[in-house]
Design a protein around this ligand. Structure first.
Ligand code: CP
Length: 321
């Protein structure tokens, strides 16, 4: 049985198998096959969502399924019922689950105990559906593969979105530059896992280092504190909120420490002339990106949002094939 719990768990061939289906789902939105006819899928969400919730509800219905939305605080999970018990109950009643929660172990445990196809719709560790969508959108808009290109992420480089980008770079063979203060670089354990087996084994962050460049699987990872250096000749500039869901108590400190790590017109000028600017949304204007840059790149950014629908259909079709 297949699940989408993380990009780390997938191979490059798996990622391509999903990405190769997306354009067909987009082109033939009303006429494609309905592999979920007769099935019921549940969305189980412990965090807020606009794009993920709506795109999965619409997409699963268009694939033929009945869909139920379960706010985790409305079911016994919110009163402390263990995830493994919730999973064993739902696994006997429904055919697939899409879960947005905090701990990665919750989606892993749900999949193991429910024994039904399970999708990570965002955890604290990864946001795999978003990054698959972003890669499809990059290749759709540019008309060429992301392999060999340079993606620059600016902002909180330790959160779920850049970590999923990191695994995508390792699997699909592109360079990922992460521009952030050192306290917002990814956890060392993740970087070590990604670089395992490379020709130049990586030994960990050193105290005074402001640039790290290392080999990760088929790709490269560059960690920088200087966002201008990171943006130079990039093919894609990408950012996400400075205060992820669950980090609200750190809001004041994060806004202070991440100030300046913003995508704006000055930064865009340093990238390639045909560079794309993307944001997984919601966007906080004046913080990780400015208003003028959102509006200048709105066509790409809102196509990216729409593509959540088409990409997630491809993910679910791949899971149940
Ligand atoms: N990008 C994203 O996951 O959006 P939502 O939080 O609105 O689902």
């Amino acid at each position: 049985m297949k699940h989408l719990l993380s990009l780390e768990a997938l191979s490059g061939a798996d990622l391509r198998a999903i990405l190769n289906r997306v354009a067909d789902f987009k082109r033939n939105r009303t006429t494609h096959a309905k592999p979920l006819l007769g099935q019921t899928w549940a969305l189980i969400f412990s965090k807020s969502s606009t794009r993920t919730r709506v795109s999965f509800e619409v997409g699963l219905r268009e694939l033929g399924a009945n869909v139920m939305f379960l706010n985790a605080s409305d079911i016994q999970l919110g009163r402390g019922e263990p995830i493994k018990d919730t999973a064993r109950v739902l696994g006997r009643m429904i055919h697939g689950a899409v879960i947005r929660t905090f701990a990665q172990s919750d989606v892993v445990d749900f999949a193991a105990y429910a024994k039904i196809p399970t999708v990570n719709a965002l955890t604290d560790d990864e946001h795999p559906c978003q990054i698959l969508t972003d890669i499809f959108t990059f290749e759709e808009q540019r008309g060429e593969s992301i392999t060999g290109k340079t993606v620059t992420f600016v902002g909180d480089a330790a959160c779920n979105v850049p970590v999923s980008w990191l695994w995508a770079a390792a699997r699909l063979g592109f360079t990922l530059r992460l521009a952030a203060p050192k306290a917002y670089w990814p956890d060392e354990a993740i970087v070590k896992r990604a670089s395992a087996g490379s020709a130049l084994p990586w030994s960990g962050y050193s105290a005074d280092q402001v640039v790290e460049r290392l080999s990760i699987g088929a790709g490269m990872l560059e960690l920088l504190t200087d966002l201008n250096l990171a943006a130079r000749q990039a093919d894609l500039l990408y950012t996400d909120v400075w205060v992820s869901m669950g980090k609200e108590s750190e809001s004041t400190q994060r806004l202070k420490e991440l100030t300046g790590y913003q995508i704006n017109a000055d930064l865009v000028k340093l990238a390639k002339p045909n560079a794309l600017v993307m944001h997984c949304l919601p966007a906080y204007r004046g913080k990780e990106i400015d208003e003028a840059t959102v509006e200048a790149h709105a066509d790409t950014i809102f196509t990216e949002a729409e593509n959540r629908l088409h990409t997630q259909k491809a993910i679910v079709a791949w899971l149940v094939e």
